[in-house]
Ligand binder design. Sequence first.
Ligand code: IPM
Ligand code: MG
Length: 371
Amino acid sequence: MKLDIAVLSGDGIGPEVTAQAIKALEAIAHNFDHSFIFKEGLVGAIAIDKTGNPLPDETLKLCVDTDAVLFGAIGAPKYDNDPSAPVRPEQGLLKLRKELGLYANIRPVKAYPTLIDKSPLKREIIEGTDISIYRELTGGIYFGKKELSDNGNVASDLCEYSREEIERIAHLAFKAAQNRRKKVTLVDKANVLESSRLWRKVVTEIASEYSDVTLDFLFVDNAAMQMILNPSQFDVILTENMFGDIISDEASVIGGSIGLLASASVGDTCCMFEPIHGSFPQATGKGIANPIAAILSAAMLLEHFNLIGEANAIKDAVEKALELNITTPDLNANNPLTTEKVGDFIADYILNPEDSNINFENIHVGQSTII
Ligand code: IPM
Ligand code: MG
């Protein structure tokens, strides 16, 4: 298969982790005889610095013209600490999601058996956790009308949803559940919010088309509690934009590091793949960022194009790295490897799984050579 892939590595640790994802994809292309062409574009704070715009038109065009987008991270402290900044890096990401019509953000959360003792949560609580979060990504409070009164003392953000916006992601969530453990949990705040009551009504109607899937409901405050009390009860979680943002960061502690969580954002015509961690500015250039979320995002890209064997080859290599403790300091305080070395190991393992033990030795002395 030939795929043109836009690479928007963005800010902070974005470029270094994205480079590892590209290495993994190059190894896949080599082994499975595909052709992946990578085309870089500017986004985020670095794009503001260079062009004044967090999403230059050229970048948007690149994303529209390619088959998929591989995204790194955006954000920089100089903007976080300045609420009155006229342009913000995040606007680039939000505009990209909206313009590409990426209405469904899929965030898998898994407790890897080899990492169970690294999670701050107890083994018996997280064992067996395997969740797929379906977060609505182009509506709700993120995109509703924003107002600030003339005197600057009153502000509001509108949370608006239409039936159509709810239906299209709900169908994706139910279809996903049909191939999993056949349960969808709608997370909302229907005891308070009108928009949540519309979600319940529409999702309940759609559930009747998927009679093999069970639908249940949780208020978001309770869901936040259940996520750390009993996460293995969840299969597919379906939720609106802001609740999904919050719940997915919370869920990331289950796996032991936010540096493991990948995501796919899909719409009717475009798709984008990104680690859910942010730009982690303090770590930039130090080689301590975990590249696994970015690498697993590349696996989600392959899955999206139905390259299942290829995606599994990446996942197997990641599991091997975790098993052998070939990991960055977030997971390996005593004998950590750098971002690049973890990426080297994973790419090497994809190319040549039998040779992994030799590579393991080499990795530690910095002699990994393949690619
Ligand atoms: C995420 C991030 C973004 C969001 C930010 C960077 C705008 O937190 O992808 O979860 O809130 O959606
Ligand atoms: Mg977030």
